[in-house]
Design a protein around this ligand. Structure first.
Ligand SMILES: *Cc1c(COP(=O)(O)O)cnc(C)c1O
Length: 410
């Protein structure tokens, strides 16, 4: 077999990523090991994806059992794992119907296409505007990146799809001014994830629901990152007591196996009649078998209570580190989706913290240049949580020490 290393990446991969120097080869629970056998605590989980840690025995069993039975059919035939998963998602949520796909972007693509058809059929083509928010992230297809609110992701990809309006997040007055009979959907994250772990204000979410009802627009919650127990509830909108017409899920849904889903009401579902939308792999039996196992484990009051307990410990640890080094503002977020904003003095240096953490054997994430993002497994053992915090503390000490040496001219 040919040897591959991190250097191989620069030779054979499209240069759209800049992966870390280490190449992990194995994971178990909240730990990872790289090619050199070095061990890391995982506070990133593949960007809030492997929510039951690496190689959870029940997920391995679901995957390998299904792998011996049936891998793929397409949507010319349906399959038992997809039907079981859809039934369980409908039973567990506001939704009446489910569409499966393979990623968060595809789930949002389906939601936005649904919204356009919904508006177009009601109004004969006049109700086609999608309202979204600055700093939102909804995926990287051309439509989803255009609906997303970060210009850096659309630059150079013009011409972009039209009839998309971006407004300030958490600003209900502006939404009220701008929404109209031309609006077919308002889409929001309940915590802007990639945008910096910014939670939505309760009055903003409730107000958006009311305005959508007044104007006949769909309310879409992008719960790709906040969903599947990460917030301490199965879906984060349950914290707000507001239900959407359409909800998108991915990331944690497959616990590391690629799958996305769009959940919606009966009325919204009726827009996507036979032939209007589709995906070859959507509802793939392997993906659905794993996601069913994830849902069975996560949709359990005991597990969700455990998320809150762990979130409390994580927040306490982060507050201690923030106080000790003056590097962070108080942490924010829901459950085990936590952002620690960099203090004024350390603005723009979240990536330096991530790099120092890696040197100390901890994998964490950024959410933009100014926020350290931490998304541990929902079942991270308390000992691993404590060890991860210890390594983060060491990383901060290293950065502060390096700054002092620099100041001293050393
Ligand atoms: C990650 C993310 C997406 C995109 O998901 P992919 O699986 O990368 O396509 C969409 N919306 C939100 C809120 C996300 O965090």
């Amino acid at each position: 077999m040919q040897d591959v290393t991190r250097a191989t990446f620069n030779e054979v991969m499209v240069p759209n990523y800049a992966p870390a120097e280490m190449v992990p080869v194995r994971g178990a629970g909240s730990r990872l090991w790289d090619q050199q056998g070095r061990e890391y605590i995982d506070f990133a989980n593949g960007i809030a994806v492997t929510l039951l840690g690496h190689c959870h025995p029940k997920l391995v069993e679901a995957l390998t059992t299904q792998a011996g039975k049936l891998w793929h059919l397409s949507n010319v035939m349906t399959n038992e794992p997809a039907l079981r998963l859809a039934r369980k998602l409908v039973d567990a949520t506001f939704a009446d119907r489910v569409f499966f796909c393979n990623s968060g972007a595809e789930a949002n693509e389906a939601a936005f296409k649904l919204a356009r058809r919904y508006g177009n059929t009601r109004s004969n083509g006049r109700q086609n505007q999608i309202i979204s928010f600055y700093n939102a992230f909804h995926g990287r297809t051309l439509f989803t990146v255009s609906v997303g609110g970060q210009a850096k992701y659309t630059q150079g990809f013009e011409p972009l799809p039209g009839a998309i309006k971006h407004l300030p997040y958490n600003d209900l007055a502006t939404l009220e001014e701008e929404i109209s009979g031309e609006t077919c959907a308002v889409v929001m994250e309940l915590v802007q994830g990639e945008g910096g772990i910014l939670p939505a204000a309760p009055e903003f979410v409730a107000g958006a629901r009311k305005l959508c009802d007044q104007h006949g627009a769909l309310l879409i919650f992008d719960e790709v990152q906040t969903g599947m127990g990460r917030s301490g509830k199965l879906f984060a909108h349950e914290h707000y007591g507001v239900t959407p017409d359409v909800l998108t899920s991915a990331k944690g849904l497959g616990g590391g196996f690629p799958i996305g889903a769009m959940l919606c009401t009966e009325a919204a579902a009726q827009v996507l009649q036979f032939g209007t939308h589709g995906s070859t792999y959507g509802g793939n039996p392997l993906a659905c078998a794993v996601a069913e196992a994830v849902l069975d484990i996560v949709n359990d009051p005991l597990l969700l209570a455990g998320v809150e307990t762990r979130a409390g410990l994580l927040r306490e640890g982060l507050d201690r580190i923030a106080k000790r080094y003056g590097m962070f503002e108080p942490a924010r977020g829901f459950g085990l989706l936590v952002g620690a904003p960099m203090s004024a003095e350390w603005k723009g240096r979240a990536k330096d913290v991530v790099n120092a953490a890696l040197r100390q054997g901890l994998w964490a994430l950024v959410a933009g240049p100014d926020v350290l993002r931490i998304a541990p497994s929902l079942i991270v053992p308390e000992a691993d949580l404590a060890e991860g915090l210890k390594r983060l503390d060491a990383a901060c000490a290293e950065l502060v020490g390096a700054g002092m040496r620099k100041a001293a001219g050393g």
